[in-house]
Design a protein around this ligand. Sequence first.
Ligand SMILES: *[C@@H]1O[C@H](CO)[C@@H](O)[C@H](O)[C@H]1NC(C)=O
Ligand SMILES: *[C@@H]1O[C@H](CO)[C@@H](O)[C@H](O)[C@H]1NC(C)=O
Ligand SMILES: *[C@@H]1O[C@H](CO)[C@@H](O)[C@H](O)[C@H]1NC(C)=O
Ligand SMILES: *[C@@H]1O[C@H](CO)[C@@H](O)[C@H](O)[C@H]1NC(C)=O
Ligand SMILES: *[C@@H]1O[C@H](CO)[C@@H](O)[C@H](O)[C@H]1NC(C)=O
Ligand SMILES: *[C@@H]1O[C@H](CO)[C@@H](O)[C@H](O)[C@H]1NC(C)=O
Ligand SMILES: *[C@@H]1O[C@H](CO)[C@@H](O)[C@H](O)[C@H]1NC(C)=O
Ligand SMILES: *[C@@H]1O[C@H](CO)[C@@H](O)[C@H](O)[C@H]1NC(C)=O
Ligand SMILES: *[C@@H]1O[C@H](CO)[C@@H](O)[C@H](O)[C@H]1NC(C)=O
Length: 897
Amino acid sequence: MRLRAHRYLPMAINCKQLLLLLLLLLLLLLSVSFISSMTISVSEENLLLDFKSSIEDPSSSLSGWSSNLTHYCNWTGITCSFSSPPSVTSLNLQKLNLSGEISSSICQLPSLSDLNLAGNHFNQPIPLHLTQCSSLVTLNLSSNILWGTLPDQIAHLSSLKELDLSNNHIQGQIPQSLGALVALQVLNLGSNWFSGILHPSTFSNLSDLVMLDLSKNPGLTSELPMEIGTLGRLKWLLLPSSGFYGPIPESFLGLHELQVLDLSLNNLTESIPFGFGLGMKKLLSVDFSQNKLSGSFPSDICDGRALLELSLHENLFDGSIPESIIMCTSLQRFQVQDNRFSGFFPSGFWSLPNITLIRAENNQFSGEIPDLVGALSRLEQVQIDNNNFTGRIPQGLGRIQYMYRFSASVNGLNGILPENFCDSPLMSIINLSHNSLSGSIPELRNCRKLVSLSLAHNRFTGRIPSSLAQLPVLTYIDLSSNNLSGEIPQDLQNLKLALFNVSYNQLSGPVPLSITDGFPASYLQGNAGLCGPGLPNSCNELQTRRKSKTNALMIALVAIAVAAALIVLSLTFFALHKSSKRRQNAWKSMFFYPLGISQDELLMALDDKTIIGRGAFGIVHLVELPGRDFVVVKRLISSGIVSLRKAKVELKNLAKVRHKNLAKIIGFCYSDGVLLLIHEYVKRGSLGDALLRPKILLSWKVRLQIALGAAQGLAYLHKDYLPHLLHRNVKSKNILLDEDFTPKLIGYGLDRVIEEASYQSSMASDLGSCCYIAPESGCSKKATEQMDVYSFGVVLLELITGRPADQPDSRESLDIIKWVRRRINMNNGSFQVLDQRISNSSQVEMLAALDLALQCTSALPEKRPAMAEVVRSLHSLHDIVEPPSLIFNGELPSTSS
Ligand SMILES: *[C@@H]1O[C@H](CO)[C@@H](O)[C@H](O)[C@H]1NC(C)=O
Ligand SMILES: *[C@@H]1O[C@H](CO)[C@@H](O)[C@H](O)[C@H]1NC(C)=O
Ligand SMILES: *[C@@H]1O[C@H](CO)[C@@H](O)[C@H](O)[C@H]1NC(C)=O
Ligand SMILES: *[C@@H]1O[C@H](CO)[C@@H](O)[C@H](O)[C@H]1NC(C)=O
Ligand SMILES: *[C@@H]1O[C@H](CO)[C@@H](O)[C@H](O)[C@H]1NC(C)=O
Ligand SMILES: *[C@@H]1O[C@H](CO)[C@@H](O)[C@H](O)[C@H]1NC(C)=O
Ligand SMILES: *[C@@H]1O[C@H](CO)[C@@H](O)[C@H](O)[C@H]1NC(C)=O
Ligand SMILES: *[C@@H]1O[C@H](CO)[C@@H](O)[C@H](O)[C@H]1NC(C)=O
Ligand SMILES: *[C@@H]1O[C@H](CO)[C@@H](O)[C@H](O)[C@H]1NC(C)=O
C-alpha cells in the first residue's frame, strides 16, 4: 500500500484525489492498529513458546505449553490478568530442573510483573535483557548457577519491590546503582561471591526495605554502612558469614521494627552501641556470635523479671512501663557466643517470657544465674560454657518444661546440685564440668531423656547414684576428677554407654565387666581401689589385701592359734605317718588300659626323681613303663576328694572320653584322701614348656594346628560327650604335644572327683592358672562353657604372640590380656602383638586369629563364641589364601574358576 502511495505522489494532484488519498491513509491507520492489536494477543503465546524453545526441560515440566491444548493462560506457571484480552502478569517456573537460555522474549510480555525462575539450573550471566522488563515488581532468580556481575542496569527495574538473587555465583561489587530501586522491600543477595565494600549511599534511598540479606559473601570485606541503620522499616537484617569488620554503627539503634538481627560470623569489633535494644520492641532473635565484639551489656537490659513483677502489681502502676523494661519481652533467641564480652551477663535475659535459647559460651561474662522462673520459662537451650559465671545452679532448672540442654562448663559455679536439676521432661544434655560444685550427685530418677551427663572436674563427693542405670538413653557419662567414692554400680552395664569416664576419683571395688571391656584404661585410672581385668589390681588380690589390712588384728590372733595347732599336728603326724605306711595295701586301683606294671610298682615309682610338675591339685610324676612308654600320674591330695564309690563311677565315665585331642585317662589308684590319676603321656611335653623354653620355634602352621586341635577337644567335651563336660582348667601347661604336634588336653574332669568347694579353692590358689581365668568367675558360682572359651582364648593369644600368659619376671609384668589389649589400643597396634619371629607371610592369618582370640577373651561372657564356632573359624583360617598381591606383582589372577 505504501508503495502505491509512493507511486501516486509524483502525479498531478487534484482535490478528489487528495480526498481519496486521505481516505486511504485513514483506512491504513485503522487496519494497522487493528492488526497490531491482533498481534499482541497472538504474540504473547508466541513469546512464551519462544521462551520455551530456548529452555532445556529434562523433566518435561513445560510439556503442557502447547497452543493446541489449552489457552496459554492455563499453562504451567503462567498467571494472566483478567483484562480482555488477558495478559501474562506472572511467570513462576521455580524448581522445575530447567536450564538453557533465559530468552529475551519474556521482557516483551507487556504486563509481566513477577518472574520467578528460582531453584533451576540456569548457568549463565544475569541476562542483561532482563533489565528491560520494566514492569517487573518481583524478580526471583535464586538458587541457580548464575555468574558474572550484577549489572548497573538493574537500576532500570524501577518498580522492583523484591529482588532475590541469592544462592548463585554472582561476583564483583554490589552496584551502587541498586540504590535507585527505591521501591525495594526485599533485597536478598546472600550466598554469592560478591566482594569489595558496601557503598554507603547504596542504602540511603532504600527506605522501604523490610528484609536485607547479604549473608555468606565472604569476599564482602566492608565496614557496616551507617546508612543501614536508617532503614527504619527493616524487620530482617541478615548479615552473617561475610567479611564485615569494624564496629556496629550506633545508627542501628534506630531499627525499631527489627525482628531478626544476625551479624554472626564476621569480624566485628568493639562494643555493642550503648542503648542497644532500647526501642526494639519486636526483637525475636539476636545473633552476634563468632565475632570479636567486646565490652559489656548494660545490666538492666531486657529486665523481664522487673516486667513480671510490674505486671503482677499492675494496679499499683500508672501504666507507663519504662521502655528499657519492655523492650525485649518478645525475644526468643539470644546468641552472643564466641566473642570477647565481659562484665555482668544481663540477668534480665533469664526470665524473659518467650526466651528459648541463650548462648553466651566462650566469653568472659560474670554474674550469677538467677533462680529461673521454672514452669513459666520457655527456655530450651542454655549454653554459657567457658565464662566467669559464679553462684549456684538455679533451683528452677528442673521444672522448665522444654529445657533439653544446659551446658555451663568451665565457670566458677559452686554449691550443690539441686535434687531435681535434670527433671525437665526433655532434658538431654547436661554439662557442668570444670566448676566448683560440691556435695553428692542426687539420684536421677526422672531424667528419662538424658543422653549426656558431664560433671567432671568438680568437687562432688559420695557415691555414683545407682539410679543412673535406670535412665534408658544415657550414653555419655563423665564424672572424672571429683571425689566420688564407693563402687561403680554394677547395673551401669545395662546402659549402652559410649563414654564412661570416672578417672581420678576415689572409687573402689570391682569394675562392671562391660566397662573394662570397651573403654580405654585411662577412663578408670586414678582410682586406687578399683579392681578388675585390665586394671593394676585384680579383685582377688585386692580383697585379700584389704582383708589383710582390716583384719590385721584377727590374723595375728589366728596366727597364734595356727601355731598352736601346728604343734599339735606335728606331734600327731608321726603317728599318722606310721599308720599310712601300714595301710599301703589299702590302695584300690582300676586300670582301663593294660599298663604292663602292677599297682605296687607304680606306687614305688612315685618318688622325687619322677616329679615333673606341681600343680594346684597336687604333684605330677612321669612314670616309665616297660617298653619305653610313659604315663603321667597326677597325685591329687585334697580333703575334697570324693568317696571311692563316687570316684569309681566318675572315672569310669571319664575313661570313655575318646578324642584324639584329649589325653586318655588310663586308670586311677585310690586311697583315703589321695587319688592317683593316670594319664596317657605324649612325647613333646606341654605347650606351656614349648613356649617358655622353646627348643624349636613353632611355625605358625603348627601353632594353628595346635589351636585347632585344642579347640576340637574342648568342643567335644562341651557338646559331643554325654554328659557334657567342662574342662575348667584350660592352659598351655594342660595341652600336651604329640610327636607330630597333635595337641592333647589333660586336666579335664577333675571337678568330677574333687568336691566343688575344694576344687575352687585349689584353683584360686594356683598362680599358674590365674591369667587363664575368666573375669566373671570371681562373681559367679557356676562354671560355664564361656569360661573355658576365655581360657582357650588366652592360649590362642600365647600362640599368636609367642608370649607365655604370665610373665612375672619380665619388665612388663602384665598378663597377656592386658599386654595385648593395651598394645592394640595404641595406633595400629595389632601388628605389634604378633610373634615377631614368625615370617610376615603369615600375618593375615595371625591377625584373623588375633581377632578370634580377642572375641574369646571378651570380658562379657555372652560375647564369646561357642567352642564349635571357634573350631569353624580356625578351620576357615586354614583356607585363607594369601592376598594375591603377595603372590603376584603383576596382574591379579582370574578369580573365576
Ligand atoms: C499440537 O500441535 C503440534 C504442532 O503444532 C503437534 O505436533 C502436536 O501433535 C499437537 N498435539 C496435540 C495433542 O494435538
Ligand atoms: C483454563 O482452564 C479452565 C478449566 O480447566 C477453563 O475453565 C478456563 O476457561 C481456561 N482459561 C482460559 C483462559 O482458557
Ligand atoms: C528434578 O530432577 C530431580 C533429579 O533429577 C528429580 O528427582 C525431580 O523430581 C525433578 N523435579 C521435577 C519438578 O521434575
Ligand atoms: C525465591 O524463590 C525461592 C525458591 O522458591 C524461595 O525460597 C524464596 O523465598 C523466593 N524469594 C522471595 C523473595 O520470595
Ligand atoms: C537517592 O535519592 C536522592 C534524592 O532523590 C538522589 O539525589 C540520589 O542520587 C539517590 N541515591 C542513589 C544512590 O540513587
Ligand atoms: C577476619 O579478619 C582477619 C584478619 O584481620 C582475617 O584473616 C579473617 O579471614 C577475617 N575473618 C572473616 C570471617 O572475615
Ligand atoms: C510470646 O509468644 C507467644 C506465642 O508464641 C505470643 O502469643 C506472645 O505474644 C509472645 N509474647 C510476647 C511478649 O511477645
Ligand atoms: C575471669 O576469671 C579469671 C579467673 O578466675 C580471671 O583471671 C579473669 O580476670 C576473669 N575475667 C573477668 C573479665 O572477670
Ligand atoms: C563438657 O564440657 C567440657 C568443657 O567445656 C568439654 O570439654 C566436653 O567436651 C563437654 N562434654 C560434652 C559431652 O559435651
